[in-house]
Structure formats: structure tokens, C-alpha cells
Write a protein that binds this ligand. Structure first.
Ligand SMILES: Nc1ncnc2c1ncn2[C@@H]1O[C@H](COP(=O)(O)OP(=O)(O)O)[C@@H](O)[C@H]1O
Ligand SMILES: [Mg+2]
Length: 324
């Protein structure tokens, strides 16, 4: 975490997503999953994308790494170190994936090889990409694993089925960190883990991320986790970013009615559900997409609001709402 450092705008942007659109052609119509996404991930910061399930968070991560299925169309740019990731060929992209930008998916049991010992899995990228001999790669992998709290009962010579979900999650994180990527994307890394374990794993992840000087793009529906570990937060609703700012400001002074409603859903805030349901992404509401569920709506909200900059003491603050 960089909270003790100056505002993240002091750091150079490492990844600039500019006017990115992602849609899927389906038999029911075109799903507009991400609309006009503009985001900057700065060096060494943690940026969280939060929002309800289905709002388009994972689609952004997959688009950046060109991991979307063939029914997807992607427009816009994602500039990483001077290169547009969205226009790279498969060979260049394969070099970037894992080495420069690593992604941790939510389900370790699908990502780990069941018949390979965990230290060997963590070591594999070193053998493939850095051409290290097996014994050196394994020793580095054991080193990396020792920084995670695997517990007394776990050891690097075990197989994934011998370890718990939390331990396997750490093995996956260790595998993605072993090549010291510049960006780590963690897509719902805490799903399936109980709250205290999720926080413990995130703390270990954040410690290693700081050590290797990486930036973290955290994708989560868990607002409190985002608050605890991120420097900045972008709030997404129905394919659009509706508000972005420092974590402290988003929590202390939310601007967008959706952000306010989302915070009110937290048990600490009275557990008040948002009336209505998430709209269709095939035929989203005209104007502001939150209009049908918004308590503060005005007539002009039937026109699409643009993202505007709002004055703030704490770095860049933006909101997509006619109230500002
Ligand atoms: N391959 C696909 N084909 C059609 N629609 C998809 C596909 N992948 C994702 N979507 C749709 O895109 C929207 C955003 O999905 P996703 O990014 O996975 O949401 P989140 O990660 O926020 O839960 C959802 O409505 C989802 O159904
Ligand atoms: Mg997702």
C-alpha cells in the first residue's frame, strides 16, 4: 500500500486504458459489457475496480491481456510502457502475459496442475522464461513460498490436493509473482475464502507486491477489502465507471448515488439493499444507466452524463453524474 506516500498522481502511469469498449455478440443480441473505460494504473499503486457481479470488471482485465473469447470485440487503447496491448500480436502478447503483467484468477483448482508438486509449479515460469536450471528454479520457488504463511502442515513438496483452498491460493499468487511482473491483476482473489483468511492472503500479496515494486489491479465485489488494500478505487455500474478517487474519499465522501447505495449495502451501514435490479447490458437504460434505481434522479439524467473531474485534496477525483 502506498497510503503513507504522496497521492498516487505523483507516480507515473504504467498502464493507461483509454476509451476502451468491449462487447460480445450473442444469439440474444450484442452485450455491451464495458463502455468508454478510461483508467490509469500508476507505478507501485493498488487500484481496485469494484461493483456488483456482472458489471464488467473481469472483462476489462481479460481485454487488457487479450484473453477474451472470439465473440468479443474490443475498441480503444491500453498503453503499457509505450505499447498498445490491444493491438499486439499473439507472440508479443504471450511475452507480456505472465512476465510483465500477471493475472491471478479466482479459482486455484482450475489454475493449478493437480499432478505437479507446488514448488515445481511455482518454479516452472523461471525454467521456461528465465531458462534457470531446475534445482535453482525450485530453490527460488521455495524461497518465494516461504514468504507466504502456508502453515506448519504444508510444504512445497506437496501436491495441490493436499493443501487447503487458502494455501493453494497462495501457491497461485507465488507462481504469478515469481517473475517479478510490473503489474499484477488479481481477479476476485478472495472469493471462496472466509473473510479473515481472505484478508490475510491479501496482506501477504500486498507485502510481496511492494517488495517487487509492482502495481496491483484488484478486481473485487468486496468493498471492505478494496478499502483496506487499495490506494484508489474505480466504481463500476453496468459496464461504465461511474466514480473514481482515492479509497479514503470514496468511502468518506461518496459522490455518485450508486456508490452511496453500494456502501449502504454493507452490514456496517445497515445492510440496505439497492431497490430494483441490475439492467440488461444488451438493452441498457437510456441516459444514466443507474437512472431507474436512483433516489436522486433528475429529468436531465435521461441524457448520458460524462465523467467529470471534481476538485479534491487527495489526487484525481472523477464522477459520472449530473448532480456535479
Ligand atoms: N463470452 C461472453 N459472451 C457473452 N457475454 C459475456 C461473455 N463474457 C462476459 N459476458 C457478459 O459481460 C458482462 C460483464 O461480465 P464480467 O466482466 O464477467 O462481470 P464481473 O466480473 O463484473 O462480474 C456480463 O453481463 C457477462 O454476462
Ligand atoms: Mg468477474
Amino acid at each position: 500500500m502506498n497510503r503513507h506516500l504522496p497521492s498516487s498522481s505523483y507516480f507515473r502511469p504504467l498502464l493507461c486504458i483509454d476509451e476502451m469498449y468491449v462487447s460480445f455478440d450473442t444469439s440474444l443480441g450484442r452485450v455491451k459489457a464495458a463502455q468508454n473505460i478510461c483508467l490509469e494504473l500508476h507505478e507501485r499503486e493498488t487500484l481496485a475496480i469494484v461493483g456488483e457481479t456482472g458489471c464488467g470488471k473481469s472483462v476489462i482485465a481479460s481485454a487488457i491481456l487479450q484473453l477474451l473469447p472470439s465473440n468479443a470485440s474490443v475498441k480503444g487503447k491500453a498503453i503499457f510502457l509505450g505499447r498498445d496491448l490491444l493491438s499486439l500480436g499473439e507472440r508479443e502478447m504471450a511475452d507480456i502475459r505472465g512476465q510483465e503483467i500477471a493475472i491471478i484468477f479466482q479459482n486455484p483448482s482450475l489454475s493449478l496442475n493437480p499432478i505437479m508438486k507446488v514448488a515445481e509449479q511455482v518454479a516452472e515460469p523461471l525454467q521456461i522464461h528465465r531458462r534457470l536450471p531446475r534445482h535453482r528454479a525450485i530453490s527460488k520457488a521455495e524461497d518465494m513460498l516461504s514468504r507466504f504463511k502456508l502453515g506448519d502442515k504444508a510444504s512445497p513438496v506437496m501436491y495441490p490436493f493436499q493443501l487447503s483452498g487458502g494455501m493453494n491460493q497462495r501457491v497461485m499468487i507465488a507462481t504469478s509473482m515469481i517473475l517479478s511482473p510490473k503489474i499484477l491483476i488479481a481477479d476476485e482473489p478472495s472469493k471462496g475464502l472466509d473473510q479473515s483468511l481472505a484478508r490475510q492472503v491479501m496482506k501477504e500479496l500486498a507485502g510481496i507486491k511492494d517488495e517487487i515494486g509492482a502495481s496491483l489491479l484488484l478486481i473485487t465485489h468486496d468493498l471492505l477489502l478494496a478499502k483496506e488494500v487499495s490506494d484508489r478505487i474505480a466504481v463500476m455500474y453496468c459496464g461504465e465507471i461511474v466514480e473514481a478517487g482515492s479509497s479514503a474519499e470514496i468511502f468518506d465522501e461518496p459522490l455518485h448515488p450508486y456508490t452511496k447505495a453500494l456502501l449502504n449495502c454493507l452490514p456496517e451501514m445497515g445492510f440496505k439493499p439497492i431497490p430494483g435490479s441490475s439492467p440488461s447490458m444488451i438493452d441498457p437504460p437510456e441516459g444514466c444507466r443507474f437512472y431507474p434505481r436512483c433516489r436522486e434522479r433528475l429529468d436531465r439524467c435521461l441524457l448520458s452524463p460524462k465523467m467529470i473531474k471534481v476538485e479534491s485534496d487527495d489526487g484525481d477525483r472523477e464522477v459520472r453524474c449530473w448532480l456535479y
